[in-house]
Design a protein around this ligand. Sequence first.
Ligand SMILES: Nc1ncnc2c1ncn2[C@@H]1O[C@H](COP(=O)(O)OP(=O)(O)OP(=O)(O)O)[C@@H](O)[C@H]1O
Length: 741
Amino acid sequence: MKSHGRKVVRVVARVKPSTDLVSTRSISVHKPMGEDSETVSISFGAQFAGSKDSYKLDYCYEENETTGSILTKEIKPLISTVFEGKDANVIAQGARNGGKTHLIQGNERELGLTVLTMSEMLSMAEERGDSVSVSVYEVSQETVYDLLGQEKRVVAVLEGAQGKIQLKGLSQATSLIFQCFCFQVPVKSLSEFQNLYYGLKKSQKLTSDPPVRSHKGVMIHVTTGNANPGSLGRMNFLDMAGYEDSRKQKSALAPLEIARINKSIYALQNVMYALNTNESHVPYRESKLTRMLKDCFKGCNRTLLITCLPRKFSQDSFYMLNLASRICLGSNRAMNNPTKKKINGPERSISLSSAAQRRQTPLNVSATSRKQTMLRGSVTERKTKINTAASAIKARKLFGEANDSVKCKNSSKKMEGKARMALKNVISTSKVVSSIQASSPKEVNPCEHELNEAACLMFYNVGNLFVIYCYRFSIFFGRRGIFSGFLKLCSSHGTGKFSICNFSGYSTSASLSSEAVDITEKETPWKHKEIFSGATHCDDAFTEKAQIVKRDENNSVIDDLALVINKGENLDKENNSLLANETASPPLSMRLQELSNNLKSICKISNQLSVPEKYQSPLTILQAEEASEHSDITAEAAVSGELRTPERTMPSNIGCSPWKAYSAHSSKLKNSAVGEYLKFINTAGKEDLKKLKGIGDKRAAYIVELREESPFKTVDDLKSIGLSAKQVKGLLKKEIGEIFE
Ligand SMILES: Nc1ncnc2c1ncn2[C@@H]1O[C@H](COP(=O)(O)OP(=O)(O)OP(=O)(O)O)[C@@H](O)[C@H]1O
């Protein structure tokens, strides 16, 4: 019998027998020492040329090997550990239709691993005088359901003060002596279990309308049967929902649903990887599934990860095998490497998933993510120096192009082309700068970006008004939630619009740059009869300046207000410190200054052009006025020819009703208040926390404890301190309402 050795996660594959007799045999498994091989290599046919030659796993069960042999070689050693008081997990993962359910659940004719294991455990329990009970659960769209009740019940997964997983609202479960996940049903015989298990499967089929894909789990609990009954161990079987590339055209599922499933698959991979590489931080909180199974995974508990592979190999299976191999080897830490090559390949889903996660949690990057960021930093360190120069060149090129487009008088089509080129360059510059920022170790601290200044260069097109905003700001837009609202607000106006943003906080910059590109993709065709209006906003080291250039259809300048950038002391300091540290990325102020200089040069050229008054249509003038109004450029400033930095209120009522504008503003305010509340929860000391309504000594201590493991990312996370959704809402209401008292 093969020993599991010291590995926390043993990674094997199972090849599903092919019913298609003519299918080409695309997988080949190399077992150097037959069944006793320590590792095996799996390789593919020519269609996967370009991939690695082979992938190493701990073992691979081929078609001719039965489920019984998996039981004997892999699961029996785990059963012994369960009776010794440990937990064990058997997880089937893979692409869709890979045979996961067949392996875990089986059917009446061909028993699956769960039933075979239950049989073993029942006879062992009988011998020892112990008892066995079972819980069955399902995790669908980040919600856990108990399947053994009269009807599906939602299970709230909470962490107790000791970090133990607890249930809320399930009295039957909490009254049990040991920590359990779901309602447990005692099982006395195998036939009783089979009736329950397969009966459940049938009734679920009837009730699940419309069918949703989910992760399904069966947990077998063992309790000692002596005078002091107590929990021994648990054997957890998990049938993961199948991985599917969300870009697939044929999928019956909504892309959002696929993305969520993939995200939770990815979260599990992260946990397995962290466990196998003995990382100090295991990202359990990245998904509901991993969070609820935290106690089963951690410590000396063992996990068997089975990747189910159909003989007729698909790209999705290849992807899952690739991930499994990484967990097995535990050596390649760059699962999230956002290199171009990987983004084009199956890893794109991973990086998108994690980007999505980061988008949700810009402030709170998990320790693993931070580590990965550091790693990416070191991997791209060499590239960074080159990119720093390249980005500066690209920035110059961008505005060089912009100059060209201003100069272009005769051909509006030519101008359109140039403008598109300029946009392209902005995007690439943005990406380069983002990657530099990501690789800068000093910017890895997830909280630091709040204090860092951030810059945003924003272009957007309102009707035939083309506005350029260049921002430098700190705390106000330090929160992604607010900034996202801001982007959405902008993107909800006008016909064609896009935004390019650079944030100095790593997580934010990554998420925003991708978001910015998304918006760009939706851009409507460029209009070449624009009035150009640009404004630069600068905090701190900069004085407030703005610029408006109006153009008619002949590209002539109607009005131009000068752009002046004053360099303050802070800027000098910042730049001096840069000179002292040649390897650092150029400070934002320097980049911003460069952009501003280029804008100035555009102005100069624009100044030389005359604007026939007849070309000023009332509409365009109105829009320009509206834009200046919304940019909070005062009449006084306009008269003096020097524009003030608009306040950080964005034009919200251009092209929309007062109600819409009000709604947008109030939701922005709400997000801002919630963000500040969470920020406080994540940073305040215990005494300060107690000043919050509804937070006492115990809760404050618990908050401090929980956030050390993983900061609170959303309002929902507050439920983990033992509050109901209603209570959380009440707390926020009280805090926010107090502002107006
Ligand atoms: N070992 C096997 N022998 C024979 N048929 C199998 C085997 N494994 C799977 N199948 C068949 O392949 C089909 C898909 O299997 P299964 O439903 O287990 O895949 P899955 O990976 O669970 O799919 P999903 O990702 O949709 O949950 C089923 O019709 C099943 O009967």
